[in-house]
Design a protein. Structure first.
Lengths: 245, 257
C-alpha cells in the first residue's frame, strides 16, 4: 500500500503520526468511529425534527396544560447546557429504565447511544419547536381558513397545508440549528458513545498523537457540516415553489 | 337518528329551504355585527347580498359554514343546525363550499393538486376517481393546460377559477362566494362571473356577496340589501333595482350604479 507507506515514512522522518492511515487496527477504529458519529447525527437530527413537528403542533392545541408543558420543556432545554442534559439523561433517567441480563451483567434497554440520541434530539428539538412555530405564524390565517372550509380538521390541515408551507419559510434557521446539533453530538463522548470524538481520544491515548487526531477531527467535522449544508441548500432549492415567496 | 335529534329538526326535503337563516345575531366583543338576519334560500336558487362595506355581509356568509359562530338564532343547512355545539363540522362542510376574495389557494400545490387534495384527504376518495373529476372540473372552469401550474404562476382570474373548482370537487350542495371578483382586474372579472353564472344555471344553489350589480340583476333570483347588520330591503332583481323603497337602498344604489 503506497498510501500507507507514505504516512509511515512521514512518521519516521518528521514525527507526524497519522497512525490510522498506515495501521489496519487504528484504521478500522477510525472507520467505526466515523460510522457511529454519522448514525448518531442522522438519528438525533431525525428525532429533533419529529420533536419539533409535534411540539409546534401541540403549541396550538386548546389544552392550556399541554401548551404550558411545551413551553416549560422549551425553557428547560434552551437554558441548560446540553452536556448536563446528556449526563442527566444517561445517569438519572438511565437508572430508571429496566435492565436485562446481557450474559453476566445487567444492560439497560436503552444504551448510551440511545440516550445520546434522545437527549440531543430533545435539545435540538426545543429549538426546532420555536423555529417551526415562527414558520407557522408566517402562514396566513386565510390559508388555514380555506383548508377548514374544505373540511380539513386542525391536524389534517397542519399536516397537509400549514406545516409544508411553514417548513419552507423556516428552512434557513432550521439549517443553522441542525448544523449546531451536528457539532453538539461530540458531547456524546461524555457518556462513552464510541463516536468519532471518543474514538480519537482512545487513539491518542494509545499513540500519543493528540495534534494529529485533532487535525483529523477538524477535517472530519468540517466535511460533515459541508455535506449537511450542501444537502440543506439543495433541499431548499428543490422545495422552492414556482411563483411563490 | 341521534344526529337529527340533536339538531332539533326533521330530515330535510327539497320543498324546504336549503339554507334557512332565522334571526341571526353575531357580535365581535361589544360590536354587534349581525342584528337579527333572516332569509331562506331554496334549492337551485342564486341569491346576492349587497350592501356597504362593514355591513356584515362577509360575517353572515361565514356563519353559514361555521367559520364564524353565532350568538343567537338559527341557521339550517339542509336541516343541519349550524348553531349547535355538537355540530359535525365535516358534515356541514361537505354540504357547503366556499370561495374567498383572495382565492386562498394552497401555494405549494399545483392547480390540479389543489382541486384533488380535499376529496382525497377529507373524503378519502380514490385518487384515480378524484383525478378524473378534477380534470372535468378543470375543463368546466376553462383551465385546460394549466393543470400543472402553481398558483403563483396563474393570473388572479385563473386562480379564482381553480378555487371554484377546488370547492366544487367536494360536490357541495350550496356554494358561498364572498366578493370573489373584488381582487381581480376588470378584464378577468368577466371570466370568473361567467363560471359562476354557468354554475347557477346548472342549478347550483349559490349565495353571493358581490358588488357586481349587472351580474346580480342578470343571475340572481333574489337580492338582499344589508346595512349595519340588518336586511334593509330585499326582492327580485327587477323590483329591487328599479323600484327600491328604502332611502338607504336608494342612496346605495345611486352611488354604485
Ligand atoms: N374577526 C373579527 N373581529 C372583530 N371584528 C370583526 C371581525 N370580522 C369582522 N369584524 C367587524 O365586523 C363588521 C362587519 O364586517 P364584514 O367583514 O362582515 O363586513 P362586509 O360587509 O363584508 O364588508 P366589506 O364589503 O368591506 O367586505 C366590521 O365592522 C368589521 O370590522
Ligand atoms: Mg366582506
Amino acid at each position: 500500500m503506497e498510501f500507507a507507506d507514505y504516512f509511515l515514512e512521514l512518521y519516521e522522518n518528521t514525527g507526524w503520526n497519522f497512525v490510522f492511515l498506515y495501521e489496519q487496527y487504528e484504521y478500522d477504529r477510525v472507520l467505526e468511529g466515523m460510522w457511529v458519529s454519522i448514525k448518531l447525527i442522522v438519528a438525533s437530527l431525525i428525532f429533533s425534527l419529529v420533536v419539533g413537528f409535534i411540539g409546534a403542533w401541540a403549541q396550538g392545541v386548546n389544552s392550556k396544560f399541554v401548551r404550558n408543558a411545551i413551553a416549560g420543556y422549551i425553557q428547560l432545554f434552551r437554558n441548560t447546557p446540553p452536556f448536563v442534559q446528556i449526563l442527566f439523561f444517561y445517569f438519572v433517567l438511565g437508572n430508571l429504565v429496566p435492565t436485562y441480563d446481557a450474559g453476566g451483567y445487567q444492560e439497560g434497554y436503552i444504551d448510551s447511544f440511545g440516550w445520546a440520541v434522545i437527549s440531543l434530539g430533545f435539545f435540538a428539538g426545543s429549538f426546532n419547536v420555536e423555529i417551526f412555530r415562527s414558520g407557522i405564524e408566517a402562514v396566513p390565517e386565510s390559508t388555514r381558513e380555506a383548508a377548514e372550509a374544505l373540511g380539513y380538521t386542525r391536524l389534517m390541515s397542519y399536516i397537509h397545508v400549514i406545516f409544508p408551507l411553514a417548513f419552507r419559510v423556516c428552512l434557513p434557521s432550521l439549517n443553522n440549528n441542525l448544523v449546531n446539533l451536528l457539532k453538539t453530538t461530540t458531547l456524546a463522548y461524555g457518556i462513552a458513545v464510541p463516536e468519532m470524538m471518543y474514538t480519537a481520544n482512545q487513539i491518542w491515548s494509545d499513540n500519543v498523537n493528540v495534534s494529529e487526531m485533532m487535525i483529523f477531527l477538524f477535517l472530519f467535522y468540517v466535511g460533515l457540516v459541508a455535506i449537511l449544508v450542501y444537502g440543506m441548500h439543495k433541499w431548499e432549492r428543490k422545495m422552492k415553489i414556482p411563483g411563490y415567496g | 337518528m341521534s344526529e337529527i335529534a340533536s339538531n332539533g329538526g326533521s330530515a330535510w326535503t327539497p320543498d324546504q329551504p336549503m339554507v334557512s337563516i332565522k334571526d341571526v345575531h353575531k357580535s365581535f366583543g361589544d360590536l354587534e355585527v349581525l342584528k337579527g338576519i333572516s332569509m331562506d334560500i331554496m334549492k337551485g336558487e342564486c341569491i346576492c347580498i349587497i350592501g356597504p362595506s362593514g355591513s356584515g355581509k362577509s360575517t353572515l356568509i361565514r356563519c353559514v359554514n361555521a367559520l364564524n359562530d353565532i350568538q343567537k338564532g338559527s341557521i339550517l343547512v339542509e336541516g343541519l343546525e349550524v348553531n349547535d355545539p355538537a355540530l359535525d363540522k365535516l358534515e356541514l362542510r361537505k354540504k357547503v363550499g366556499m370561495v374567498f376574495q383572495q382565492y386562498n389557494l394552497f401555494p405549494h400545490k399545483t392547480a390540479i393538486e389543489n382541486i384533488m387534495m380535499a376529496p382525497i384527504h377529507v373524503l378519502k376518495q380514490d385518487e384515480k376517481e378524484v383525478e378524473e373529476l378534477a380534470r372535468e372540473l378543470v375543463k368546466k372552469v376553462r383551465l385546460e393546460g394549466k393543470e400543472n401550474s402553481y398558483p403563483g404562476e396563474l393570473s388572479g382570474g385563473q386562480q379564482q377559477r381553480v378555487a371554484i373548482a377546488r370547492s366544487l370537487a367536494m360536490t357541495p350542495d350550496v356554494m358561498l362566494f364572498d366578493e370573489v371578483t373584488s381582487a381581480l382586474d376588470p378584464e378577468t372579472v368577466k371570466e370568473v362571473l361567467t363560471t359562476i353564472q354557468e354554475l347557477a344555471e346548472e342549478g347550483m344553489t349559490c349565495i353571493l356577496v358581490t358588488h357586481e350589480m349587472g351580474f346580480a340583476r342578470e343571475v340572481a333570483n333574489h337580492i338582499y340589501f344589508t346595512d349595519r347588520g340588518v336586511i334593509v330591503e330585499h326582492g327580485e332583481p327587477a323590483t329591487f333595482f328599479d323600484d327600491a323603497k328604502d332611502p338607504r337602498t336608494k342612496e346605495f344604489l345611486s352611488q354604485i350604479l
